[in-house]
Design a protein around this ligand. Structure first.
Ligand SMILES: Nc1ncnc2c1ncn2[C@@H]1O[C@H](COP(=O)(O)OP(=O)(O)OP(=O)(O)O)[C@@H](O)[C@H]1O
Length: 349
């Protein structure tokens, strides 16, 4: 699928989505991730054909689809609210899109059975949706959206209504269904963890604009700008003034000439808290910072450190490791490897 210059304005004044460009490979799992109001659902609705683009093109299999109505696009959809038919059995819900497509009864039987098996709901085929748990209802919705072998599966916050534990189980199920069917998926979420664990690539949006498109590792480890760095988990965004980290008092070690040159050229850099290393400062360490807060969070301890410059940094240390623990008020020396310092670009305006 090819998406070029896709944009939508509802009011003729402001852009809900502004200039989306991406190519999605067959079988790829792409997640659109962003905060509330960033234009995720609008983008998905244009792909589905429920909203018409103000500008831009969508091509499916080399054909422009903008002119095709939703029902002719061969697209499966899953919503947060399941949207199952309450009076129909599980099997009839799943059979519905096949009936709409006039698939003969014998083929319908076979396809519904295979689909029930895929989502492991064979034992529940005659139940009504209200007799199922939230996770089971979402599996029916997934079966109904994939039973007719769609060219594209669109999901809008598919796990939004489920609790944390169930979300993780369902993430595994969605990953397994995607692997089995090899269907192209575009999913929308505001849940970073869900996006990181399910996607081949993630598209980060803010204010209707693309902030970054990349693999989960690229997005997490090499955020392009301060918005992405912060949105993907707590990040230390540090200004660079006259070629040096403005935070001061941070020891930078290792690294290549190229890495130092990139840092010097940037206006801002980002460092993930788990890559900030703390050591007990020696008595005569003029650069030492002070731990102003420490919070035990189970698998990690989160420290806030005030540096000599007055700036604060966040560090996160794994509790399972041999790393020394610090109390509030402790004097610490702060070290970051040059490789962990990510130069940032200005955000698109
Ligand atoms: N039908 C509509 N008419 C007018 N404005 C709309 C409509 N739908 C969305 N908007 C506006 O477009 C912008 C993007 O909304 P959209 O629902 O696409 O964002 P989102 O990222 O999906 O948000 P959320 O995570 O809260 O669902 C918002 O400013 C919203 O108010």
């Amino acid at each position: 699928m090819n998406i070029s210059g896709l944009a939508k304005s509802y009011d003729g004044n402001t852009w809900a989505v502004e200039g989306l460009d991406l190519r999605i490979e067959p079988g790829e799992f792409v997640t659109i991730l962003g905060p509330s109001g960033s234009g995720k659902t609008t983008a998905l609705m244009m792909l589905a054909g429920f909203e018409s683009p103000t500008r831009g093109e969508i091509e499916l299999n080399g054909e422009p689809v903008a002119a095709l109505p939703a029902y002719r696009r061969n697209i499966g959809m899953v919503f947060q609210s399941y949207a199952l038919f309450p009076t129909m059995s599980v099997a009839d819900n799943i059979a519905y899109p096949l009936k709409m497509r006039k698939v003969p009864r014998a083929d319908r039987e076979r396809l519904v059975n295979a689909s029930l098996e895929l989502v492991q709901l064979q034992a529940h085929r005659d139940k009504r949706p209200h007799q199922l748990s939230g996770g089971q209802q979402q599996r029916v919705a997934l079966a109904r959206a994939t039973v007719f072998t769609p060219g594209l599966l669109l999901m809008d916050e598919p796990l939004g209504a489920l609790d944390r534990k169930l979300r993780q189980t369902m993430q595994n199920e969605i990953a397994s269904i995607h692997r089995t069917l090899g269907v192209t998926v575009v999913s929308v979420t505001h849940d970073q963890e869900e996006a990181l664990s399910l996607s081949d690539r993630i598209l980060i949006m803010a204010d209707g604009k693309m902030q970054q498109l990349g693999t989960p590792a690229e997005i997490f480890e090499r955020p392009r700008n301060a918005f992405v760095a912060d949105f993907m988990g707590e990040a230390n965004v540090i200004d660079v003034v006259a070629g040096r980290l403005a935070a001061g008092s941070v020891h930078v070690e290792g690294g290549t000439e190229g890495e130092y040159a990139a840092i010097r050229l940037a206006d801002q850099v980002s460092v993930r808290p788990e890559l900030v290393m703390l050591e007990a400062a020696s008595d005569h360490d003029a650069d030492a910072g002070v731990v102003t807060a420490c919070t035990y969070q189970g698998s990690v301890v989160r420290y806030e450190v005030r540096l000599q410059s007055g700036a604060s940094l966040v560090a996160r240390a794994s509790t399972g490791s041999e790393q020394q623990r610090f109390e509030r008020g402790a004097s610490v020396s702060v070290t970051v490897r040059a490789h962990s310092i990510v130069p940032l670009e200005a955000e698109p305006k």
